[in-house]
Design a protein around this ligand. Structure first.
Ligand SMILES: NC(=O)C1=CN([C@@H]2O[C@H](COP(=O)(O)OP(=O)(O)OC[C@H]3O[C@@H](n4cnc5c(N)ncnc54)[C@H](O)[C@@H]3O)[C@@H](O)[C@H]2O)C=CC1
Ligand SMILES: CC(C)CCC[C@@H](C)[C@H]1CC[C@H]2[C@@H]3[C@H](O)CC4=CC(=O)CC[C@]4(C)[C@H]3CC[C@]12C
Length: 369
């Protein structure tokens, strides 16, 4: 008992800890980080599920705050050993303005870095994205690439642009002296498309399928592969990186790691059917029902409608020119850098990840469409 009390000495802060990924990171830390004494969860919106965590041996502190407010970030970071910065505005549908996306994702990240420097927090893990690399606007495939694969990254959309700028800030901050004189150690994790329990887009697509009488209509050729990774494995990677950053600072500091696991390479739609199929949905067509040019026309019309309706109502459908381009361009990773640098192995097999995700979809209320 005395030993475990002594071992429990670390204070972690997870920004965005109430989001889809953040919740999994929080739960994973509580399950798999025995050195944890205090866990701070910082988010704009706090989830009611946090209450149940407050009764365990680790002190869980929920902080309602905004990463764009430097003073709030400093107060949350002060005294933390490790910061996992997962907060972000994930918007590729035109819900938020480019300025807001920049403010949250870039200025928010700068605030986190400065807070670490000012308060003497030495370890910072940033949740980046595959989108900092691509797909690019030219539709170049990134096929089974790794962290060193050359690729022409061109960002025209505010979300990937903001993630790329933020990642650069984090990597450049590696080695800066924090208060007390020690060096800041940073690294960035780049998940591909995350799936699993709590995934909002999967939920939306499921309800869309129910509304269409249990059918979805194929829009993307089966040959276009899209990288996906299970949320539990992404969370596990965050926990491992945070744990190993101190011991392996020279190796890991300033590095980027794609998040990967054993999820199969498939098109975005075929992959979703791994979960939606067993829940009663059917993907109609072995080929896209509409030609690409027509889909692009619809996507452009959606963008136009969004612009026209903006003064009256927010119109933000899944299909727009950017989402179509991403879904329609092969982007898959094949790497073992995380295994080589910090011993990462996926915690969940593909079968587990699939089963867990199916159970989650099955538990959704079919009438809540
Ligand atoms: N969902 C995906 O497929 C992928 C996500 N990512 C990255 O993972 C991170 C988490 O994403 P998700 O969990 O999917 O999104 P999410 O939207 O579910 O979670 C983001 C969390 O950040 C919080 N947040 C937003 N603005 C904030 C602010 N100003 N101050 C404090 N908290 C704020 C939100 O309230 C939310 O709880 C993001 O940084 C995202 O860029 C990276 C690759 C893929
Ligand atoms: C109706 C269309 C033809 C299909 C729509 C699917 C799209 C909504 C999604 C296809 C690819 C997704 C993106 C991809 O997984 C990479 C991402 C990484 C992130 O960091 C954030 C989310 C996203 C941009 C993700 C968003 C939905 C898609 C565009």
């Amino acid at each position: 008992m005395a030993d475990s009390a002594q071992a429990q000495k670390l204070v972690y802060l997870v920004t965005g800890g109430c989001g889809f990924l953040g919740e999994h990171v929080v739960r994973m830390l509580l399950q798999r980080e025995p050195r944890l004494r205090e866990l701070r969860i910082f988010d704009l919106q706090l989830g009611p599920w946090l209450e149940e965590l407050k009764t365990g041996p680790v002190q869980v502190i929920a902080i309602k705050g905004d990463v764009t407010q430097a003073h709030e970030v400093i107060a949350a970071v002060a005294g933390a050993h490790v910061v996992i910065h997962a907060a972000g505005l994930v918007d590729v549908f035109g819900r938020a303005s480019p300025e807001t996306i920049h403010k949250v994702n870039v200025q928010g990240t700068q605030n986190v870095i400065e807070a670490c420097v000012q308060t003497g927090t030495q370890f910072l893990v940033y949740t980046s994205s595959m989108e900092v690399v691509g797909p690019n606007v030219k539709g170049h495939p990134f096929y089974r690439g790794n962290e060193d694969t050359p690729y022409e990254a061109v960002h025209r959309h505010p979300y990937p642009h903001s993630k790329a700028l933020a990642e650069q800030l984090v990597l450049e901050a590696n080695g800066r002296k924090v208060c007390g004189g020690l060096p800041l150690v940073t690294c960035a994790l780049r998940p591909t498309g995350i799936y699993g329990e709590g995934h909002q887009i999967m939920r939306d697509i499921y309800y869309q399928g129910l509304r269409l009488g249990g059918r979805l209509f194929r829009a993307i050729p089966t040959s276009v592969e899209h990288g996906r990774v299970y949320v539990g494995n992404v969370a596990w990677m965050h926990v491992l990186v945070a744990r190993e950053l101190e011991q392996r600072a020279a190796l890991m500091g300033g590095q980027v790691y794609f998040c990967y696991d054993k999820s199969p390479y498939k098109s975005y739609e075929d992959f979703n059917m791994e979960f939606l199929g067993p829940c009663g949905l059917r993907l109609v067509g072995t080929r896209p029902l509409l030609p690409y040019w027509l889909l692009m026309l619809l996507a452009v019309l959606n963008a136009l409608l969004q612009w026209l309706l903006r003064p009256l109502v927010l119109y933000a459908p899944l299909l727009n020119p950017y989402t179509l381009a991403v879904a329609n361009t092969t982007f898959t990773v094949s790497t073992n850098k995380a295994q080589r640098h910090f011993g990462y192995e996926p915690l969940f097999s593909w079968e587990d990840s699939r089963t867990r995700t199916i159970r989650w979809v099955q538990a959704m209320d079919g009438s809540a469409q």
